[in-house]
Design a protein around this ligand. Structure first.
Ligand SMILES: *Cc1c(COP(=O)(O)O)cnc(C)c1O
Length: 403
C-alpha cells in the first residue's frame, strides 16, 4: 500500500458513506497527476538501496516488492473492499474459489474439521467432500432449519465454520447474528461467502464473522468480464491467509484489480437497480399459472422473510422460479427464452437464467437436491439492468410454452 494512498474522511475519524468510499478510495496519484488510477503492469518494484530492500522484506516499512505479494491496483481494490465490509485487512485472489481455498487451507491441518451448511456453492462442496479429505481434513453439514445441529456437530478440532447466505441457488438464509455469537463463544472463526448480498446489502463482519469471502466475478465486476476473488476480515485471520497466498500464488492480476476497483465505484447504484428489478419480477410471477412458487428474500412468502428484513437492506439480484412441469418444463423454458441469456454466470448487467437440476446440480440425486432447496423445475434468474418490463415479457413468452 503506498503511503500517499487516499482514504476519504479517514483524517476526520468517521467514515463517509458507502458510495463515497467506493468512488473516492484511490491509490496515490503518481507524478503524472492522473485523475483516474492507472494500470500498474509491473511484476516487481525497485528498491532504493540495500537497506530499503532489507526493511521491505522484513515488513518493517510498507511498500511493494513483487506483484504476487502486492501491487498498487490490487491494494486499491482490497482497501476499498475492507472499507465497504468494515474489515481490518484483506487480500485479492484470482477467483472466488481461490479465495475460498485460501481462507480454509490457511487455517486447517491434517486431523482438523470444518463445519458448513449443505447449501453452498458447488465447487465449495467439492472442496469439502473431495479435496480436503485428501489431506485429512473432514467436514460436516449442519441443518439450516435445526439450529441445535450446529452445536451438536462442533468438535474440539473444528477450525472453521463456513456458510453462504443467501445461498446459491436455493436462496436459503442463515441468521448471522446468532451464528456469529455461537462462533465467537467457541473461539472458532466464522467465514461467510457474501457473494449474493455484497457489502452494500449485508455486512457479516458486523455480526461476528471473522472473514468474508467474495467472488468478485459476480456483482462486483457486474458486467461479466473478469474473474476475481477476495477475503476480508480480522487482522489475525488475514495474517494466515496472507502468508498462505504469498507462498502459493493465487494472486489477482493487476489488470483485473484495476477493472474491479473501478467496477466497485458503481456497485451501489447497480445493486439498487438489480434489487428493484428483482423484486418487481418476483412479485409479477408469484401466482403465475405456470409457476409453482417464487423465491426471493424480500417477498413476504419467503420462509425466512423476517430474517431477510433483519440482516439485509434489500433482497439482492437473484430470483428463483419453480416451474410446474419439473425437469422438462425447465429445459423447454431455456430453449424458448429470446432476450435473456442462458449462461452459467450471475451478477451481470444482462439477465441470465440457469436450470441447476440439468446443469450445475445434475450429479446430485433428487433427494440431495431437495435437501438444498433445488427442485427439478427450479430456474435461477440473475436479474439484470435491462428495463424490467422487457425481461418480464421475455420470461412470460417462454413460460407460455410450459408445462
Ligand atoms: C461464483 C461463486 C463462487 C466462485 O467464484 P469464482 O469467481 O467463479 O471462482 C463462490 N461462491 C458463490 C456464492 C458463487 O456464486
Amino acid at each position: 500500500m503506498s503511503d500517499d494512498s487516499h482514504t476519504p474522511g479517514a483524517e476526520h475519524g468517521a467514515l463517509p458513506h458507502f458510495e463515497t468510499l467506493a468512488v473516492r478510495t484511490q491509490t496515490g496519484v503518481s507524478t503524472e497527476r492522473e485523475h483516474s488510477v492507472p494500470l500498474y503492469l509491473t511484476s516487481s518494484f525497485r528498491f532504493d538501496d540495500a537497506e530499503h530492500a532489507r526493511a521491505l522484506f522484513a515488513e518493517e516499512v510498507p511498500g511493494n516488492i513483487y506483484s504476487r505479494y502486492s501491487n498498487p491496483n490490487t491494494d486499491e481494490f482490497v482497501r476499498k473492499l475492507c472499507l465497504m465490509e468494515r474489515g481490518e485487512e484483506g487480500i485479492a485472489t484470482a477467483s472466488g474459489m481461490s479465495a475460498v481455498f485460501t481462507a480454509i487451507a490457511a487455517h486447517v491441518s491434517a486431523g482438523d474439521h470444518v463445519l458448513s451448511a449443505r447449501a453452498i456453492f458447488g465447487s465449495t462442496h467439492q472442496l469439502f467432500t473431495r479435496i480436503l479429505p485428501k489431506w485429512g481434513v473432514s467436514s460436516d453439514y449442519a441443518d439450516v432449519s435445526d439450529p441445535d445441529s450446529w452445536e451438536r456437530l462442533l468438535r474440539p478440532n473444528t477450525k472453521a465454520i463456513y456458510i453462504e447466505t443467501p445461498s446459491n441457488p436455493g436462496l436459503e438464509l442463515i441468521d448471522l447474528e446468532w451464528l456469529g455469537a455461537l462462533a465467537r463463544s467457541r473461539g472458532i472463526p466464522l467465514i461467510v461467502d457474501n457473494c449474493f448480498a455484497t457489502p452494500y446489502l449485508q455486512r457479516p463482519l458486523e455480526h461476528g464473522a471473522s472473514a468474508v469471502i467474495h467472488s468478485a466475478t459476480k456483482f462486483m465486476d457486474g458486467q461479466g468480464r473478469a474473474l476475481g476473488g477476495a477475503i476480508v476480515g480480522d487482522r489475525a485471520f488475514l495474517a494466515d491467509c496472507r502468508f498462505f497466498a504469498r507462498h502459493t500464488g493465487p494472486a489477482m492480476s493487476a489488470f483485473n484489480a484495476w477493472l474491479l476497483s473501478k467496477s466497485l465505484e458503481t456497485l451501489a447504484v447497480r445493486m439498487d437497480r438489480h434489487c428493484s428489478n428483482a423484486l418487481t419480477l418476483a412479485q409479477h410471477f408469484e401466482g403465475h399459472e405456470a409457476v409453482a412458487s417464487v423465491r426471493y428474500p424480500f417477498l413476504p412468502s419467503h420462509p425466512q422473510y423476517a430474517l431477510a428484513r433483519r440482516q439485509m437492506t434489500q433482497g439482492g439480484g437473484i430470483v428463483t422460479l419453480d416451474l410446474k412441469g419439473g425437469l422438462e418444463a425447465g429445459r423447454r423454458f431455456l430453449d424458448r427464452v429470446r432476450l435473456v441469456t442462458h449462461s452459467a454466470n450471475l451478477g451481470d448487467t444482462r439477465t441470465i437464467v440457469t436450470h441447476p437440476a440439468s446443469t450445475t446440480h445434475s450429479k446430485l440425486t433428487v433427494a440431495e437436491r431437495q435437501a438444498v432447496a433445488i427442485s427439478d423445475g427450479l430456474i435461477r434468474i440473475s436479474v439484470g439492468l435491462e428495463h424490467v418490463n422487457d425481461v418480464i415479457a421475455d420470461i412470460e413468452q417462454a413460460l407460455a410454452g410450459t408445462p
